[in-house]
Design a protein around this ligand. Structure first.
Ligand code: SAM
Length: 207
């Protein structure tokens, strides 16, 4: 976990499993919507292939996974580094063969996915890990795989969350992904109105 230590001047905390677990134990989980995020719900509603291999990293309480399960998706994997939410969702989805729940570090995870859903995971990472995030996503996606979800289009005084801008993300993802969509959302929850970009990025073939 030592490579999760943040050397960015805007992040003096070590954002490791201990940090995230402490947030859950203290119920200091302001990011938790208690429901599937509306822009992601809208995106899921348009997916017809329910057998897609889907990964949700930094899943927390996994409302997106719950929504997928309720709508017939059969191949979902979620991963989080903090034991508390993983224990909660293991209990919630016990005996459900359509979801694999992993306690672990996204950067060490191995797999092959058609779709990876981003929901307040990118912004939780130290900005120094952003390039590593991009290439890890690229590695985990199958040919023509899609990374879809939400990125903040604003900055924060101190993080996490760590924000950014469309221009910054375009530069960051350009070598590894083709851009299908990177647009301001019109259906964010009220506290995040006008501050979220919906992204749909297709893995670039490097051969
Ligand atoms: C801001 S929370 C978002 C949780 C969830 N996506 C949500 O929207 O409610 C970030 C999550 O990422 C997890 N996390 C942070 N670093 C991680 C890593 N390297 N691998 C897996 N999960 C990680 C944290 O434990 C936390 O649950």
């Amino acid at each position: 976990m030592s490579d999760l230590k943040c050397s960015d001047t805007s992040c003096k905390k070590q954002l490791d499993a201990t940090y995230w677990e402490a947030q859950y134990k203290a119920k200091s989980t302001g990011w938790d919507l208690g429901q599937v995020s509306p822009p992601i719900q809208e995106y899921i509603d348009k997916i017809t292939d329910k057998k897609k291999r889907i990964l949700i990293p930094g899943c927390g309480n996994s409302y997106e996974a719950e929504y997928l399960l309720e709508h017939g998706f059969t191949n979902i994997t979620v991963i989080d580094i903090a034991p508390t939410p993983v224990t909660v969702i293991k209990e919630k989805f016990k005996n459900n063969p359509n979801i694999q729940i992993v306690l672990g570090d996204f950067f060490e995870h191995q797999g092959n996915y058609d779709l990876i859903i981003e929901q307040t995971f990118f912004c939780a990472l130290p900005p120094t890990l952003r390039e590593k995030y991009v290439w890890k996503m690229h590695q985990l996606l199958a040919e023509d795989g899609i990374l879809a979800g939400l990125l903040f289009n604003r900055t924060f005084d101190s993080g996490p969350p760590f924000g950014g801008s469309k221009e910054e993300y375009e530069k960051l993802f350009a070598d590894a992904f083709d851009f299908i969509k990177m647009d301001l959302c019109d259906n964010s929850i009220a506290p995040r109105a006008n501050s979220e970009l919906f992204i749909e990025l297709k893995k670039k073939s490097l051969t």
